[in-house]
Ligand binder design. Sequence first.
Ligand code: AKB
Length: 409
Amino acid sequence: MEYGYAQKRTKTSSLPITPVPALRCSSESCRDTLNLAVYKTSTYNAKNWDLHSKWVDVNIQSIPVTGCFRTEMPFIFRLPCNARKHGLMILITGASGQIGVDLADVLVERHGDDQVLVTDLRIPELQRSGRSYDVLDVTYMESVEKIIQAHDVHTIFHLAGILSATGERHPELAWNVNVNGVRNILEAARRFDCKVFWPSSIAVFGPTTPKDDTPQETVTEPGTMYGATKVTGELLCKFHATHHGVDVRSVRFPGIVSHSAPPGGGTTDWAVDMFFEAVRNGRYECFVTEDTRLPMMYMPDAVKSVLDLMDAPNTSLTVRTSYNIAAFSFSAGELASALKKYVPAFECTYAPDYRQEIANSWPLSINDERARRDWQWMPEYDLDAMVQDMLHHVREKVARESANSADNQ
Ligand code: AKB
């Protein structure tokens, strides 16, 4: 199904509806009726439209329909022919976040700068120069729809979200961004026929979930608002996939270790902070206890999981909530020891705070057999390979920071 867009009009119910000469679809093969779905009102039918370009800006007064348009909203219509062959653009929401920055790099490498639109609420200082950037607040449906229409988007990587620690402090914000955000994206994906990736989390599990080798299908009774938003998001994905045929795909990410962009507001952030503090100061005070063990993954594997899942044939997917995926698990103490191997003077101390309780409610290890079976998921990094690669990049980044601050003095 193809789509076009008609720009915002003022109220037209009082305008006379003037019949105009029949408009003809430019596609020779198209014999279909144009189904005109009016946003938030009702559905009209019209025949034989003239399609000049991939966007069709229709003057509402020229539409030969019976009845009136009672809307001030932009309206959307579906073009039943191939006027718009393929959408061109990939949209990333939350693109300045931890996953977004790295995923954008890989997508740009694959598809080119002009086919990847990076969006975020924040100013784009974390994005590479030359990227197409726009501000997008995913909690506004109208903004989501406009950006998808305006850029002819066909695939959405919906990464905008609030993480667990911030979510506990600001539960309403977490609900609004995580639940209303994903709902808006899924609804827009339904209307504009977009494919979607959305990240869930091991936070869907809670104190009543089996902790070791946590199965794909098990108890999901999280103790956190963040977990509740992720369970809800998963169910929304399943609903849109099964009831509306939206091709939405999702994984339950463990903690992700990365160097490009800081995570910010998560319970697993200590695993990233420890690297930067070890390189900057040779010491780190960790906000969970030494024996706190969690499932983790290195960013290149996280990005690989997204791409592998999105590339998989639809027919091989058997999970329409979110796939368990795993790489390795480590405790804070084990990461400190692994770091000490390469930074011998590194000292780690432990001062658990409110995030300890969240960490305690999450699994120790994850069973990802379904992902391995359905789309051949396989991580590439083990703990030591990750530590070596992270240290290399963190050292480079810290050296650059020091050089910049010396220049500015
Ligand atoms: C967090 O700590 O909130 C995230 C997650 C595991 O979802 N990294």
